[in-house]
Design a protein around this ligand. Structure first.
Ligand code: G16
Length: 534
């Protein structure tokens, strides 16, 4: 195949105007939307080749998820719903950094390295979030797919998990479910309705939910679910799109700012469920009778789910494990290992890393503290559960129903919410009963802007900073002065900033630790703008 057409379209419609090197980040490419047209076009080209390489449908999701509205981005979905394979992240980076004329040789290089038969058919599924720029960028992706002779199916505005789901279902011939948007809603809703057939209330459990849609696609997805879920839950949707996407609301805001989302009434003792801009992350929160705010993040979800699944799989000889990242609250890790006896592994930030590690268990629960995660079941686990369920083992029967509520293909805010609701209902717990399982160590996250965030490199699942020289020593010295102090820094892969995480025995100490470490980053790593302050 020659790539003359790919070069022509690039030069005429999607010329590259930047020379600065660009790297594939935590979840694909992300930046301001007006700088993304050429990248989107090239990701269309790449998806066309990847589809031929795998003889499968590949997904392209246009979203910048938790980032602000002026940003956008692209996530590529591999055949079984996984994030793009690491070798192809390298190809993606090469292709994006080529000149317009250089596209041809970059594509030829990929074809030859991956031994791709370019005469094969290529089909790419495309989806996008609700950002104003997403439609235009979707056209660029489609132009790329078409320029390498591929075909596409445009799913329009969908959540990221829906796109992962339809890609997986199409590629496995419908075994996981029907490869349509409606098929997604129906499979998960049906399973949830079935689990609720015995009644909606139980003990302290109350099916009332305040839902924060972050003014994005998560609000649309929840309305669709409610149409399919009959009256199994009593959900009221807020932040449906009347406000600005992710602004003062949504999962990232609630998690990082540790605040109740704007636009949601401050009803006490009712749980609020916040999702992010593409509905792949979820955070719970509530206000107690004194109006005090409590947040239940990915760590709380992971421990709730792992504890429940561990009970259900008892006697089935299956190895269940939990994967977290350095952001996991120290109290959650202690609780899950010491109290529940579940092994815990630590991965680098990015669901792709967690997913990979979770595959080492028969049942792998993986969650980032920011609410991004799911549960995956190996073939062995599925077979063992099925056999036991057929033999009328009660727990296995329950487990086989729970399996269908879970979207194993990727972290899915609403499927995760339904899983949490299932566990709370089964335990007869209120949100405060859940929160009481363990107490989070007070923590704080901060961002520092530096001239070039690539100067920060890390090791040991991002818990240790390797460069710039001296920064880790400084952090160690600062941390020593704080009771139960822990802190690390890492360059974000989705925003042009460095992230700081700190935890300590009190909130004041955690805040103080975060500021001191942020100042150390500012000094050692070339901070720009104002010095970090409280
Ligand atoms: C993406 C990734 C997550 C990651 C988050 C923040 O989430 O999928 O795994 O935790 O970015 O990454 P970073 O700290 O490198 O900016 P999302 O929801 O924004 O797509």
């Amino acid at each position: 195949m020659n790539f003359t057409e790919a070069v022509r379209v690039a030069q005429e419609q999607y010329p590259k105007k930047v020379t600065k090197p660009i790297k594939y980040g935590t979840a694909g490419f992300r930046s301001r939307a007006d700088a993304l047209d050429f990248i989107m076009y090239r990701m269309g080209l790449l998806a066309g080749l990847r589809a031929r390489d795998t003889s499968s449908v590949i997904g392209v999701m246009i979203t910048a998820s938790h980032n602000p509205v002026p940003d956008n981005g692209v996530k590529l979905v591999d055949p079984m719903g996984e994030m793009l394979a690491p070798a192809w992240e390298v190809h993606a980076t090469t292709l994006v950094n080529a000149t317009d004329e250089g596209i041809a040789s970059a594509l030829e290089g990929i074809v030859s390295e991956a031994h791709i038969d370019t005469s094969k058919k290529a089909l790419v599924f495309v989806g996008r979030d609700t950002r104003p720029s997403s439609n235009r960028l979707c056209d660029a992706v489609i132009a790329g797919v078409t320029a390498v002779g591929g075909e596409f199916k445009d799913f329009g505005i969908v959540s990221t998990p829906i796109l992962h789901y339809v890609v997986t279902c199409y590629n496995d011939g419908g075994k996981y479910g029907e490869a349509t948007v409606q098929g997604y809603y129906q499979k998960i809703s049906r399973a949830f309705n079935k689990l609720r057939s015995s009644g909606t209330s139980n003990g302290n459990y109350d099916p009332v939910i305040l839902y924060d849609g972050a003014n994005g696609v998560g609000a649309l997805a929840m309305s669709e679910f409610l149409n399919n879920m009959k009256k199994s839950l009593n959900v009221t949707i807020f932040n449906k799109g009347e406000g600005v996407l992710n602004h003062l609301c949504g999962a990232d805001y609630v998690k990082v700012q540790q605040k109740w989302p704007e636009g949601v009434p401050k009803t006490q003792n009712v749980r609020c469920v916040s999702v992010d801009g593409d509905a792949d992350r979820v955070i719970y929160s509530y206000l107690d009778s004194d109006g005090k705010f409590y947040m239940l993040d990915g760590d709380k979800i992971a421990t709730l789910v792992a504890g429940y699944l561990q009970e259900l799989v008892k006697g089935l000889q299956l190895k269940l494990g939990l994967v977290q990242t350095a952001y996991a609250n120290g109290a959650s890790t202690a609780y899950i290992t010491e109290k529940l006896g579940v092994p815990v592994a630590c991965a680098k930030t990015g669901v792709k890393h967690l997913h990979h590690m979770a595959l080492e268990f028969n049942i792998g629960v993986y969650f980032e503290a920011n609410g991004h995660g799911t549960v995956i079941f190996s073939k062995t686990a599925r077979e063992a559960i099925e056999t036991a369920a057929q033999a009328k083992n009660n727990s296995a029967e329950k487990l086989s129903q729970v399996l269908d509520v879970i979207n194993e293909t990727v972290g899915d805010a609403i499927s995760d919410m339904l899983l949490v609701e299932t566990v709370l209902h089964a335990r007869g717990w209120s949100v405060s009963d859940w929160n009481d399982a363990y107490t989070d160590l007070p923590n704080r996250q901060m961002k520092v802007t530096v001239a070039d965030r690539a100067v920060i490199t890390t090791t040991d699942a991002e818990r240790v900073c390797v460069t710039p020289e001296g920064l880790q020593n400084t952090i160690n010295k600062i941390v020593k002065a704080f009771l139960k102090g822990r802190s690390f820094v890492r360059p974000s892969g989705t925003e042009d900033i460095v992230r700081i995480y700190a935890e300590a025995s009190t909130q004041e100490e955690a805040d103080n630790l975060a500021i001191q470490v942020a100042c150390a980053v500012y000094e050692h790593a070339g901070g720009i703008g104002d010095r970090p302050k409280a």
